[in-house]
Design a binder for this molecule. Structure first.
Ligand SMILES: C[S@@+](CC[C@H](N)C(=O)[O-])C[C@H]1O[C@@H](n2cnc3c(N)ncnc32)[C@H](O)[C@@H]1O
Length: 209
């Protein structure tokens, strides 16, 4: 993103609490974790939850809990909850600790599992979600696509992160290819109406008709 653009944006797109600010800065620049979402993405997710009244949110890819806290803070206001899934052994412990510290534990259902297994089980249980935030391993987006498509209710939204990887500098080409495949799949899917926003590394939003 253009530097001036980002600086201008940062004046307005503030953190919504001490918790998401602390966790974001505490994990900045770490090279042993995959990047937590930028504040503009966190705030966009909170905006989407508040404006649509989403109560049931599914997050794929908890990381250390940065985006989970943005989501949980927003659903807390309207009495919903966030189910979040990640399979990492080490960062999972960090995520549990961060969510505990944030005081938002009662609004988060944590599933320590591979996403393919978790989404299959949720589908078997008949779970449905208003918003699904897909930020898991990039190869998973197309692999679990049908389960994710089934788990979002009609009128609900899938928000997929990093979908402009194919044109982001410094991103490994195979990650770009995964994202390109995902975009082609979802934009061609007549069950959804999709669009793409150049925020962060790109968001693809898909509304289920
Ligand atoms: C980009 S990070 C998530 C960042 C987080 N959403 C945030 O913004 O704070 C992606 C996460 O997906 C998890 N992941 C990757 N492949 C997975 C899989 N097959 N099943 C479950 N989790 C997976 C990784 O362990 C990692 O924590």
């Amino acid at each position: 993103m253009d530097k001036g653009f980002k600086e201008y944006l940062d004046q307005f797109v503030e953190f919504t609490s001490q918790y998401n600010k602390e966790i974001y800065y505490a994990n900045q620049g770490r090279d042993d974790i995959q990047s937590p979402v930028e504040p503009e993405i966190g705030r966009f997710l909170a905006f989407l939850i508040k404006s649509t009244g989403a109560r049931k949110v599914l997050e794929l890819g908890t990381g250390v809990g940065n985006s989970t806290i943005w989501l949980a803070e927003a659903v807390k206001e309207i009495g919903g909850n966030v189910t979040t899934v990640d399979n990492h052994p080490r960062t999972w412990k960090e995520a549990c600790g961060n969510i505990e510290k944030s005081g938002l534990k009662d609004y988060v259902v944590m599933i320590h599992s591979d996403v393919d297994e978790a989404t299959r089980k949720l589908k078997e249980e008949g779970a449905v979600f208003d918003i699904i935030f897909q930020d898991c391993g990039k190869y998973t987006y197309t692999v679990i696509y049908e389960d994710v498509a089934a788990l979002v209710r009609k009128g609900g939204i899938i928000v997929a992160d990093d979908t402009m990887f194919p044109v982001c500098q410094g991103v490994r080409p195979n990650l770009g290819r995964h994202m390109d495949r995902y975009n082609r799949l979802v934009f061609a899917d007549q069950r959804f109406f999709s669009t793409m926003l150049p925020v962060g590394h790109g968001l693809t939003l898909s509304w289920k008709k």
